[in-house]
Design a protein around this ligand. Sequence first.
Ligand SMILES: [Zn+2]
Ligand SMILES: [Zn+2]
Length: 137
Amino acid sequence: MNNIHGHCLCNTVEIIIKEYGNFVYACHCDGCRRQNSGAVLSVDPGSGENVEFTRGKDKITVYHDDGIERGFCSVCGSNLFWHNPQDDHYCMNAELFDDIIKNAEFGLELFYDRKPAYYSFAGERKKLDCNFEEITG
Ligand SMILES: [Zn+2]
Ligand SMILES: [Zn+2]
């Protein structure tokens, strides 16, 4: 897909991913769970060149978390993105993008060894631990 529109809960922030498929992954890391009260479902558009903030960029607050930028809408609080400024890599909240989630391929769970026992997603998919090594069985 091209020029995939996303927006936050209050519509102040609008984001476009220039080119992406439908791949979605979950992150169970400590930071994501604390920020969102659960695993975060994300898309991985990659380089900042593939992402455009088309509205409300001045309303985005960035929290700096151990070298990583976590961006959220300062009006409604929606979690927007995780950004590594070292290599300009963006991962974005999948639920901002209606056209992706309506036909998402949920193919990966990250930091699976950090997931607490009380919840889990149905179905089978690739799982990586906090060292990005595959968990089998
Ligand atoms: Zn908002
Ligand atoms: Zn995470």
